[in-house]
Design a protein. Structure first.
Length: 342
C-alpha cells in the first residue's frame, strides 16, 4: 500500500533514545500497551530550551524513558512548552506529569483540551450505560456491549490527569519554535480539533494521527455523539491538507516511520475510504447493523480493544453513506439500527 512513499530512516529510535530527523527536530519513540505498540514523539530545539510535541501513554517505563532523554539530550536546558496534537491517551497521557516536572505550559486546541478534561471526568454509571446503549444500537450482544462500555470508559488509565489550564492554539496559529515559524493546520474526523504543525522553512509536517503512512487513522463515531458523521469531516480535512501542503515535505507521523509522499498518501487514504464505502454498500443490499459489518470491513480477528475502534469505524462509514443518501436507516423492535441501500 505504501509503494508510492519513501522512508528516509528505516530504523526507529529505541525508547529513551533520540534520532535527529529534521532541522532542530528529534524523533523519540515510546511503547504503547496495545496491538499498535508504539508512538512517535518529537523534541524540538527552542532557543535556550526545548519544546515537546506529544507526551506518551502514562506508563512507568515511559516516565523512565523521558527521564533518560532529559538527562542525556537536553544539555542542561529546560523543557519550556508542551504541545499536544489531540486528546487521545497516547498523546495527552503524560502532559500533566511533564507540565509539573518542568513547570511548563500545555499548548493545545480548545476542543482537544475540553475533550481531555471531559473524558477524564467521564467515569460515572450514567455514561457507562450510554456507552452500552450505543453498542447495543450498533448490534453488539449484551456481553460484548459491556466490554465495549468498560473499555471506552478507560481514558484515565492512560491519562491520570489533564493540566488545569492551557494555552489555546487553533487553525492558522503561528508558533515560533527555535527561530522557525510553525503553522497550525487543524484536521477533523480522527479527533475534534487535531493540530498538525507545519514548518515551511524546514519542509516538515508533524502530522499527529491525521495522516499515517501504513495504517488508516481510526475514524470513529463516538458514544457521546451517536449520530455523528466523522468520515465526512475527515475527508474534507484531507482535501484541505492536500491543498495546504507542498508535495515534497517530510511527514512526521505519530505511528510507523517518517515519510515523503504526502499527496500520494492523502490520495491513498481517500481511496481506502472510498473502497470501504463500496464494500458497505454491497453488504447493505440487506439491512445490516454496524456489528454485522465488522467481518466485511476487517478481514482479521479483532481483539477487544480493536472491536471498540472497529465498531465506531463501521458506524462512521454507515453514517457517511446515510448522509450521502446511499443507505437508509431502520430500527428493529430490539432497538438495533440497520442500514440498507434504497
Ligand atoms: Zn489519535
Amino acid at each position: 500500500m505504501d509503494g508510492s512513499l519513501s522512508f528516509p530512516v528505516a530504523t526507529p529510535p529505541a525508547p529513551g533514545e533520540t534520532v535527529p530527523i529534521a532541522p532542530g527536530v528529534y524523533w523519540l519513540r515510546m511503547r504503547l500497551p496495545f496491538a499498535l505498540n508504539h508512538i512517535n514523539l518529537w523534541l524540538l530545539e527552542d532557543g535556550p530550551g526545548w519544546t515537546i510535541v506529544d507526551c506518551g501513554y502514562a506508563l512507568d517505563e515511559t516516565r523512565d524513558s523521558w527521564e533518560r532523554i532529559f538527562a542525556e539530550r537536553l544539555v542542561g536546558q529546560p523543557v519550556q512548552r508542551i504541545i499536544v496534537t489531540h486528546y487521545h491517551p497516547d498523546h495527552m497521557g503524560l502532559a500533566a506529569w511533564l507540565a509539573e516536572r518542568w513547570n511548563a505550559p500545555l499548548w493545545t486546541t480548545e476542543k482537544e483540551w475540553l475533550h481531555a478534561r471531559m473524558m477524564a471526568q467521564d467515569v460515572g454509571e450514567a455514561s457507562a450505560a450510554a456507552r452500552r446503549d450505543f453498542a447495543h444500537r450498533a448490534g453488539l450482544d449484551a456481553e460484548a456491549s459491556t466490554v465495549f462500555a468498560e473499555r471506552q470508559g478507560n481514558y484515565r488509565r492512560g491519562v491520570p490527569a489533564v493540566p488545569e489550564s492551557y494555552r489555546r492554539i487553533g487553525d492558522g496559529s503561528k508558533i515560533e519554535i527555535g527561530g522557525r515559524e510553525w503553522r497550525v493546520i487543524i484536521g477533523e474526523g480522527h479527533a475534534p480539533e487535531h493540530a498538525c504543525l507545519y514548518c515551511a522553512e524546514a519542509g516538515v509536517l508533524i502530522a499527529g494521527d491525521q495522516i499515517l503512512p501504513r495504517i488508516s487513522p481510526n475514524i470513529s463515531v463516538q458514544t457521546y455523539e451517536p449520530d455523528g458523521d466523522p468520515l465526512a469531516r475527515y475527508l474534507a480535512s484531507l482535501k484541505k491538507l492536500r491543498a495546504a501542503l507542498p508535495p515534497d515535505i517530510l511527514v512526521l507521523p505519530s505511528h510507523n516511520l517518517p515519510f515523503y509522499g504526502v499527496h500520494e498518501r492523502i490520495d491513498e487514504l481517500a481511496a481506502h475510504h472510498g473502497a470501504r464505502c463500496d464494500d458497505v454498500i454491497a453488504a447493505c443490499i440487506r439491512p445490516t447493523s454496524a456489528a454485522e459489518l465488522l467481518p466485511v470491513l476487517f478481514r482479521r480477528v479483532l481483539d477487544r480493544h480493536q472491536v471498540g475502534f472497529a465498531l465506531g469505524e463501521a458506524l462512521a462509514h454507515l453514517h457517511y453513506l446515510e448522509g450521502q443518501g446511499a443507505v437508509e436507516r431502520d430500527m428493529d423492535q430490539d432497538g438495533v439500527h440497520r442500514f440498507a441501500t434504497m
